[in-house]
Design a protein around this ligand. Structure first.
Ligand SMILES: Nc1ncnc2c1ncn2[C@@H]1O[C@H](COP(=O)(O)OP(=O)(O)OP(=O)(O)O)[C@@H](O)[C@H]1O
Length: 544
């Protein structure tokens, strides 16, 4: 690093030559700028810069404050000459003392004599008589106060107040610029590592076609359909209750299509607000709204050349339905806040567990959009309608989790019957979670029915364990003929839709009791998502 300090005279020495003095200032600022840009340890460099300013006799006790995110309050970011206990006290509300006043008024505050000025609060105490003045300069970014830089000025400072204010303004902006650059870098690093984790998780998911279990006629029909339509670019609408494998099937469609080497991008339309959803779908231009500091591509743009999976499509608002229709018809759109038309080549796979036809009838979902989406409908049956797959899935997940957790176990006939008779209201997701819990909780060896007490909803076991003799494995269909009353569940007879729903209601109620009314906890116990349990609580009119 170059320094230009040698042979440069003090102000007294160069009264006749103010330019030489200015050069000295410039060189000092140059050194600080180089220091800040040549490291990633910005706060260390800030401190070094403060010491340099002190060395030159310009400033003492220099301090950099930043505005808190959630309050009009300043907190100390870095300083020199302060003890830890003094640093703790160094917070100022906007308007409080000279430092707070600088933030509030957005103007530099100069206190000529700190020893007789009420605005100098001396919060940190221990001020020497050598320090006579105090200067606090607000730091602005895009017209917002983001902090304050301050310093005490000794009796012998070679600079006058104007020069000190100028010096602090320049140094403060250098500090802020460097800190901002570091912040952006950290954010980018974080989002890169999030992306890495995301892709790692995605890779770990069992998205390979051979991992999609299903020997039932209904699932065989689904597989046949996927094989036929995946290679085309047709829009697909996957229908099915929660946890029936809609996302898994969407991924299979992508992997079997000509777009398999392109991106597979997904978005759950129910999880976010309308404004956010619009910007997630179409992206936004810089400045489109308050938080839009940078341009961001939306999912339609990111999925260019690949597949976009829109889950919970039934949840989008009428305004967004119009925009979606346009993009489906014309394959073009504009980012939020922009007027440039962007072309995209995306294959859409949508999914929902809502009754779109009824929504169309009620005027809640556009009919034209419905037909655009419903080009190829794929209906995924719930587990209760494909009883023959339950055993397969139990075995599939038992093996998978045994391998994952390095355990060896098998079910007794009775334990398997208990699982087969359970209605699996949360479908495959619930079954999968239950199997992992079983593998984790049960010891190696034989799994007895009693051991399942901790993994199946309490009410189900109560119903089941009471039944004597042990029920024979009967399919728990709603499609069973001859509905039988609830009590017959105890004797192992087929469950009626009513008894199944009652069972589900009771399981949910029990889980809510077990989790002291905390829905997310109850959902976890049942292998459901918070949204699913919320929906069921509403459906069954359960009061919390
Ligand atoms: N046929 C299947 N064979 C094996 N595992 C499956 C099958 N279908 C789904 N799964 C697994 O069940 C879990 C739930 O599946 P998925 O997320 O695809 O359901 P979903 O219908 O999209 O759920 P939601 O409606 O809640 O979004 C996933 O872990 C998935 O791997």
């Amino acid at each position: 690093m170059m320094t230009y300090e040698a042979n440069i005279p003090n102000r007294e020495e160069c009264q006749t030559c103010p330019l030489t003095f200015a050069y000295k200032e410039i060189n000092l600022l140059y050194d600080i700028a180089v220091m800040l840009t040549s490291t990633t340890e910005i706060l260390d460099s800030v401190e070094k810069a403060m010491r340099k300013l002190k060395q030159h006799g310009y400033l003492e006790r220099c301090a950099l404050f930043r505005k808190k995110d959630d309050a009009d309050e300043l907190e100390l970011l870095n300083s020199i000459d302060l003890e830890p206990y003094q640093k703790k006290m160094a917070t100022y509300r906007f308007g409080e003392g000279a430092t707070g006043l600088a933030a509030k008024s957005r103007e530099p505050i100069v206190i000529e004599n700190i020893h007789n000025n009420i605005n100098y609060l001396n919060k940190m105490g221990n001020i020497s008589t050598q320090m006579v003045s105090y200067v606090a300069v607000p730091l602005l970014q895009e017209d917002e106060v983001i902090g304050v830089i301050s310093a005490n000025i000794g009796k012998n400072s070679p600079l006058n107040f104007d020069e000190i204010v100028r010096m602090l303004t320049i140094v403060g902006s250098l500090f802020v610029g460097a800190l901002k650059a570091q912040q952006t870098m950290t954010k980018e690093k974080e989002s890169l590592s999030e992306l890495k984790t995301y892709y790692k998780e995605e890779l770990q998911k069992d998205y390979k076609f051979e991992n999609i279990v299903g020997r039932s006629t209904r699932m065989q029909q689904v597989f046949g359909m996927i094989n036929t339509v995946a290679p085309t670019d047709a829009t697909i609408l996957i229908r099915g209750e929660t946890g029936t494998g809609k996302e898994l099937i969407a991924t299979a469609v992508h992997n079997l299509s000509r777009r398999q080497n392109g991106p597979f991008i997904k978005l759950n339309c129910a999880a976010i607000s309308e404004t956010l959803l619009e910007s997630e779908l179409f992206g936004h231009e810089k400045g489109a709204f308050t938080d839009a500091r940078e341009m961001r591509k939306g999912r339609f743009e990111l999925a260019d050349g690949g597949t976009l999976f829109l889950d919970e499509i039934g949840d989008i608002t009428p305004a967004l339905q119009v925009k979606l229709l346009r993009i489906l018809q014309e394959q073009e759109f504009e980012r939020v806040g922009g007027n440039k038309t962007i072309k995209t080549n995306v294959r859409l796979v949508a999914a929902t567990n809502r009754n779109l036809e009824e929504m169309v009838r009620k005027g809640e979902f556009r009919e034209d959009l419905f037909y655009r989406l419903n080009v190829i409908p794929i209906n995924l049956p719930p587990l209760r309608e494909r009883y023959e797959d339950v055993k397969l899935l139990i075995e599939h997940y038992l093996h998978r989790f045994m391998k994952e957790h390095r355990k060896t176990m098998h079910f007794t006939k009775e334990a398997m019957e208990l699982l087969l008779d359970y209605p699996w209201p949360g479908n495959i997701r619930e079954l999968q979670n239950t199997m992992e819990r079983i593998v984790l909780i049960c010891p190696d060896g034989e799994i007895q029915p009693e051991m399942l007490a901790h993994v199946l909803p309490f009410n189900y076991q109560k119903l089941y364990m009471q039944s004597e003799p042990a029920p024979t494995p009967q399919p728990a269909y709603i499609s069973q003929p001859a509905p039988t009353p609830h009590a017959e569940v105890h004797s192992g007879g087929p469950m009626t839709k009513k008894s199944l729903q009652e069972l589900e209601r009771e399981s949910i109620l029990q889980a809510l009791i077990d989790s002291h009314g905390i829905q997310t906890k109850a959902a976890r116990l049942l292998g459901m998502t918070a949204r699913q349990i919320g929906y069921k609580i509403k459906q069954y009119g359960i009061e919390i």
